[in-house]
Design a protein around this ligand. Sequence first.
Ligand SMILES: NC(=O)C1=CN([C@@H]2O[C@H](COP(=O)(O)OP(=O)(O)OC[C@H]3O[C@@H](n4cnc5c(N)ncnc54)[C@H](O)[C@@H]3O)[C@@H](O)[C@H]2O)C=CC1
Ligand SMILES: O=C(O)[C@@H]1CCC=N1
Length: 270
Amino acid sequence: MKITFIGGGNMAGAMIGGLIHHGSTPSHICAVETDAMRRQQLAEACGVTVTASIPDGIHGSEIVILAVKPQQLRAVANQAAQFLQNKLVISIAAGVRASDLSQWLNRHEFVIRAMPNTPALIGEGITGLYALPLVDSRQKEQATTILEAIGTVIWVNEEAQLDAVTALSGSGPAYVFYFLEAMQEAGTQLGLTADTAKQLAMQTFLGATHLAAQSNDTLATLRMKVTSQGGTTEQALLSMEQADIRGAFIRAMHAACDRSRQMGEIFGRT
Ligand SMILES: NC(=O)C1=CN([C@@H]2O[C@H](COP(=O)(O)OP(=O)(O)OC[C@H]3O[C@@H](n4cnc5c(N)ncnc54)[C@H](O)[C@@H]3O)[C@@H](O)[C@H]2O)C=CC1
Ligand SMILES: O=C(O)[C@@H]1CCC=N1
């Protein structure tokens, strides 16, 4: 199965890296990229075919993954439309609705909207998927197979849920890195070296996440099992509650979800 990415930036790079890591043949992957330096990087780092031409890149591919910025999607769709025939199109652009993309692609019916995340690069991604009604089960299986190569796949029945997926797992790696940065910064203020603080922070995330995945306890119970009465964790959590960190976090994710919907309006129905 030959796959073409249109747009070879950060997310396409993570997906291509993940696919190759999982055993895909580099020559079966093509990236259409307008930036010459980025084309060279992709060819050298991944060994995939690169081109600046959309028709050349799409030729011979069964699946076309649109991985440009949301504001670039309409122009790219207009250029690609006449070369698609019955190919499956998967868009990873945040916000832009599958039905709008279908219109730009001359009412192309085989459109899936996907929201992956950057841990795809190491096969630890998670992708939310939504298909237009006429996408058949074979095409859905193809999309599942491709995206399972870079992690876990979750299908949603209502496209609006993809805005929530975007706010949670699409943007989520950035929240984790932000939190890790804060833990590292605090660790160094408390006398640890930056490397030691980073190692402690990262392994704490990994360990706690694996524990939560394997445990039958709720997240709240797991938290309480760390929190000794009169102890250190209690003081830290009290400080976080006083600063309304939980509320701030929830508001932040609402802001991300609102922005995804807004991008659907701004870059979609114009
Ligand atoms: N970065 C992330 O964590 C995630 C990004 N996304 C979505 O993926 C899409 C791409 O995001 P990034 O990779 O972060 O952006 P990026 O800016 O790194 O990549 C976009 C690439 O498209 C290229 N490009 C622009 N116009 C083009 C054209 N006409 N033909 C071919 N290539 C063209 C650019 O040169 C650039 O390399 C966005 O729509 C974003 O919403 C989705 C999930 C996660
Ligand atoms: O920030 C963004 O808009 C994209 C979508 C999810 C992650 N990056």
